[in-house]
Design a protein. Structure first.
Length: 501
C-alpha cells in the first residue's frame, strides 16, 4: 500500500480527467461541457469532469439494455460469480490507485480509507457473489381440482437496468454496496457518482474491462442533479429501478420521478442519530465509541452521532473526556501518520457546517470546544477545514439538535431515566441508527426494541456483518439491503407452475 504523499501523487497522476464510461469505453460529453473537480485539502484543481446530459444517459441506458439482451443476460450464475471475484481481486491488486483516487477526491486520512473504503469496496463484490450462489428458492406441490398435481417453484430474475445514484462521503464503498448485489443478481447498472467524487467510479471502469465484464454491464455518467445527469437518469423510462444514498430532500425528488412508471426505489437517506450513554457503561469504551461516531470522516457519515445523551451521574466527566478526544484530532495531510481528521468535502459544505456552528451560538449553546476553522499551514488554507465541535446547554428545539449537519460535531445533554432518554432519541423525523452504551444486558435488549431506527448498536458503532439487514426507518430510508435482503430489491421472484397428470 502507498504510505507517502509522493507515491500517492504518482498514482493520482494516472487520471486527471474524468470522462463517462459507457458501453465499455471512456467517452467525453457530446456537448463538450465539463466541470471542475477540486481538492478539499487545498482547493487546487484535480481535473475536469465531463458533464453528462440526456444524450449520455440515453446511451448508457441503451448499452445496459443491450448487455441484458446479450451475453450478460445469458451468463450462468457460476460465471457471474467468477467475474465478481476477479473484480474484487483486481481492485485489491490496484489498491494504491484506488486509495490515491479516493483520497484525492475526499481528502480523508489514508489510515481511514485504507482500513474501510477500499477493502470494503472490494469485499462487496465477493460478499454478494457468495449470496447469489447460495440463496435457496421455494417449491410447493399441490393437488389440482381435476385430481391431478402441480408443482410450483420460484426463480429469481434480475430487475433489469438499475440507476445507482451515489454520495460523496464513502464514494467507492457505498457505490459497490449497490453495484455489487445488482451485478450479482444479473442486472446492468448506470452509475451517477456525486459530482464531488468522480475518481473511483471512473477508475472502476478500467477494472471492469480488465477482468472481462461484458460491455454495457457497468456504465458511469458524470454530472449534476437537477436538469442534468441525475434528473435525466432517475426519470428515464428505460430504468427499471433506482437506488440512492443521500439527503432526504433529494430522495423525495427521486421518488417523485420514480412514480412515473411505478419503478421501485431503495433509499438510505438522512439521519439525526442519537448516542445513549448510561452511568454503568464502560466509560473509556463509551468515550472512544462516541468520539468515532461523532468525528470520524470529519463527521460526514450517515450513521454518525450528532445527538449524545449521557446519564447525569457521569455527564460532566463524559463531556470533559470527549473534549480531550476532539482536541486530540490533528488535522493534516492524508498520508501523515499524525493526521486524525481530514477536511470537509467542499467549500460549499464548509459554509453549510459553519452556518450551523453560528446557529448554535446564536441559540445560546455552551461551546465546549471547536466552533470554527483551525489554523492551517499556508499551503492548506484554501482547504475545507473545520474544527471538531461539542456543545451543551441547548433545548431539544434547537436547530442543531433537530437538523442534520453532516459535520464533526455533537450536542451533549444529560438524562435521568431510561424512559426519558428513549423518548428523546425517538423525538426526530429520522430513524437511521443509534448507539447505546450500557453493561446491563436486559436494558440493552429493551432499548433496542423501543428506539425507532433501522440499526441499533450496543456498546459499539459502525460494526457491520454484511449479511444483516441495513436501512432506515421514518424519513431515513426505504427498504433493506445486505445479504439476502438485497435480493428483494435487485431481483423479482417469478413463480413457475407445472401441471402434470
Amino acid at each position: 500500500m502507498a504510505t507517502d504523499a509522493s507515491t500517492a501523487a504518482a498514482a493520482v497522476n494516472v487520471r486527471r480527467d474524468f470522462p463517462h464510461f459507457i458501453n465499455g469505453a471512456f467517452v467525453p460529453s457530446a456537448s463538450g461541457k465539463t466541470f471542475e473537480n477540486r481538492s478539499p485539502l487545498d482547493g487546487s484543481l484535480i481535473g475536469l469532469v465531463s458533464e453528462g446530459g440526456k444524450a449520455e444517459v440515453d446511451a448508457a441506458v441503451a448499452a445496459a439494455r443491450a448487455a441484458l439482451d446479450g451475453p450478460w443476460g445469458k451468463m450462468p450464475v457460476a460465471k457471474r460469480v467468477e467475474l465478481l471475484y476477479a473484480l474484487a481481486d483486481e481492485i485489491n491488486r490496484r489498491f494504491d490507485d484506488f486509495l490515491a483516487a479516493e483520497i484525492a477526491d475526499t481528502g480523508k486520512p489514508a489510515s481511514l480509507a485504507a482500513h474501510i473504503d477500499i477493502p470494503r469496496g472490494a469485499a462487496n463484490f465477493k460478499i454478494f457473489a457468495d449470496v447469489i450462489k447460495n440463496v435457496p428458492s421455494e417449491t410447493f406441490e399441490m393437488a389440482t381440482p381435476d385430481g391431478g398435481e402441480a408443482l410450483n417453484y420460484a426463480v429469481r430474475v434480475p430487475r433489469g437496468v438499475i440507476a445507482v445514484v451515489c454520495p460523496w462521503n464513502l464514494p467507492l464503498l457505498l457505490m459497490t454496496w449497490k453495484v455489487g448485489p445488482a451485478l450479482a443478481c444479473g442486472n446492468a447498472v448506470v452509475v451517477k457518482p456525486s459530482e464531488e467524487t468522480p475518481a473511483t467510479a471512473t477508475l472502476l471502469g478500467e477494472v471492469m474491462n480488465k477482468v472481462g465484464i461484458p460491455k454495457g454491464v457497468y456504465n458511469v455518467v458524470h454530472g449534476l442533479g437537477p436538469n442534468s445527469a441525475g434528473e435525466f437518469l432517475t426519470s428515464h423510462r428505460g430504468v427499471n429501478a433506482i437506488t440512492f444514498t443521500g439527503e432526504t430532500r433529494t430522495g423525495e425528488a427521486i421518488m417523485g420521478a420514480a412514480s412515473k412508471g411505478l419503478r421501485p426505489v431503495s433509499f438510505e437517506l438522512g439521519g439525526k442519530n442519537a448516542g445513549l450513554v448510561f452511568a454503568d457503561a464502560d466509560f473509556d469504551a463509551a468515550v472512544e465509541g462516541i468520539a468515532r461516531a461523532a468525528f470520524v470522516n470529519c463527521g460526514q457519515v450517515c450513521l454518525g452521532t450528532e445527538r449524545v445523551y449521557v446519564q447525569r451521574p457521569i455527564f460532566e466527566k463524559f463531556v470533559a473526556a470527549l473534549k480531550l478526544k476532539a482536541e486530540a484530532m490533528k488535522p493534516g495531510l492524508p498520508y501523515e501518520k499524525s493526521t486524525g481528521i481530514g477536511p470537509l468535502i467542499s467549500q460549499e459544505h464548509l459554509g453549510k457546517v459553519l452556518s450551523y456552528y453560528g446557529k448554535a451560538k446564536a441559540e445560546g449553546a455552551t461551546l465546549v470546544t471547536g466552533g470554527g476553522v483551525p489554523d492551517m499551514p499556508a499551503e492548506l488554507k484554501g482547504g475545507s477545514w473545520v474544527q471538531p465541535t461539542i456543545w451543551t446547554g441547548l433545548p431539544e428545539t434547537a436547530t442543531v439538535i433537530r437538523e442534520e449537519i453532516f459535520g464533526p460535531c455533537c450536542h451533549i445533554a444529560p438524562f435521568d431515566t431510561e424512559d426519558e432518554v428513549v423518548a428523546l432519541a425517538n423525538d426526530t423525523p429520522y430513524g437511521l441508527c443509534t448507539t447505546v452504551w450500557t453493561q446491563d444486558l436486559s436494558r440493552a435488549h429493551r432499548i433496542a426494541k423501543r428506539i425507532d431506527v433501522g440499526l441499533c448498536w450496543i456498546n459499539s458503532w459502525f460494526l457491520r456483518d454484511l449479511r444483516t439487514p441495513f436501512g432506515g426507518s421514518k424519513q431515513s430510508g426505504i427498504g433493506r439491503e445486505g445479504g439476502v435482503h438485497s435480493l428483494e430489491f435487485y431481483t423479482e421472484l417469478r413463480n413457475v407452475c407445472i401441471k402434470y397428470a
